[in-house]
Design a protein around this ligand. Structure first.
Ligand SMILES: [Zn+2]
Length: 328
């Protein structure tokens, strides 16, 4: 089915983590396989299975998801899915290290289905330090993003050199309902990483909280952490998007990370995205160097590359080194 769609649809440049395409209503009506097709209707993504009527002439924005993550044998086939029990365990585990580094782990509110949402942040922000904003798991089903985050934050909180020159504000799990439901979307059907221009639900909570901590224009660097269907890749804008300086700044970080992260290896995709994506929102409005960090989503246990949870954490560790080199 996906193969067929490739021929029917003009590909457009804003797909990220997912196959995102424009399709006419009549094409959608003729699809037999509807399980993993989601159609944007009034900013929400609705399963094609649940849609009663479509305008045959209208063009719809459509996301085509993979189905593997919903299968009960996922953890037998792939590296363990990163769910809420692990997340809660991990927050407890790093609490003493956070405290030693004068960082707080705070509950900022709750998701649509009343699940806790957290921030990890310095107890006191220092205007003289470079500030990194990290957003993790806009998309609930992208579990490897959190394994990378674990590998990143543990050495960060212990690294006196990094702590003395930089500070980080991180929202380590933005879409817990999606995490539990193994859904890309939040409980109201929003693709949260399309909502930063007009924040809703969990992104509104995060955006409002972030404003209480810092003026957006004081943020030096943004990493938005995701998982990708087929590769380890960084999304960045093209050289005409803002300025050549901006473009080269992005190149500098990507090349630096590539030196430390064997799997990422300097790979990137140029995409000017959509305005509701966090990286585009912070680039457009505040000129912040903003990148989307993607790690392979479904990593086979018996894969030839011999990737493990440990190697995912090593990729997170590599981010420390790249960030230190880039911000200093
Ligand atoms: Zn994603």
């Amino acid at each position: 089915m996906k193969y067929l769609l490739l021929f029917l649809i003009p590909w457009i440049g804003f797909s990220e983590c997912v196959d995102e395409v424009l399709l006419k209503g009549n094409k959608l009506l003729n699809l037999n396989q509807k399980d993993n097709i989601y159609v944007e209707m009034e900013n929400r993504f609705i399963s094609l299975k649940k849609i009663k009527t479509l305008d045959p002439k209208k063009i719809y924005s459509v996301q085509i998801l993979e189905e593997d993550q919903n299968k009960s044998d996922y953890n037998d086939k792939y590296l363990n899915y990163y769910g809420l029990p692990r997340f809660r365990f991990f927050l407890k585990k790093i609490a003493p290290k956070a405290s030693q580094a004068s960082y707080l782990i705070e509950r900022i509110g709750e998701s649509v289905k009343a699940r806790d949402i957290f921030v990890i942040r310095p107890a006191k922000l220092d205007p003289n330090k470079k500030t990194l904003l990290m957003l993790v798991r806009h998309h609930g089903n992208e579990g490897t993003a959190n394994w990378i985050f674990e590998g990143f934050i543990v050495p960060y909180l212990k690294n006196q050199e990094l702590l003395s020159t930089t500070q980080i504000i991180v929202y380590p799990m933005i879409n817990p309902d999606g995490v539990v439901g193994r859904s890309r979307y939040n409980a109201n059907g929003f693709d949260l990483n399309r909502t930063w221009e007009s924040p809703v639900d969990e992104v509104k909570l995060v955006a409002d909280h972030l404003k209480t901590l810092i003026s957006y224009n004081k943020i030096d660097f943004l990493l938005d952490m995701h998982s990708h269907k087929s590769e380890d890749i960084i999304y960045r804008v093209d050289e005409d998007y803002l300025s050549l300086d901006y473009y080269f700044n992005q190149s500098t970080f990507i090349e630096t990370l590539g030196r430390y992260d064997f799997w990422q290896n300097g790979n990137y995709i140029v995409s000017n995205g959509k305005e509701g994506m966090s990286r585009i929102f912070f680039a457009d409005n505040y000129k912040i160097n903003s990148l989307t960090h993607e790690t392979l989503k479904n990593i086979p246990r018996a894969g030839e590359a011999r990737r493990t949870i440990k190697t995912l954490k090593e990729q997170g560790r590599a981010l420390n080194q790249a960030i230190f080199d880039y911000l200093n």
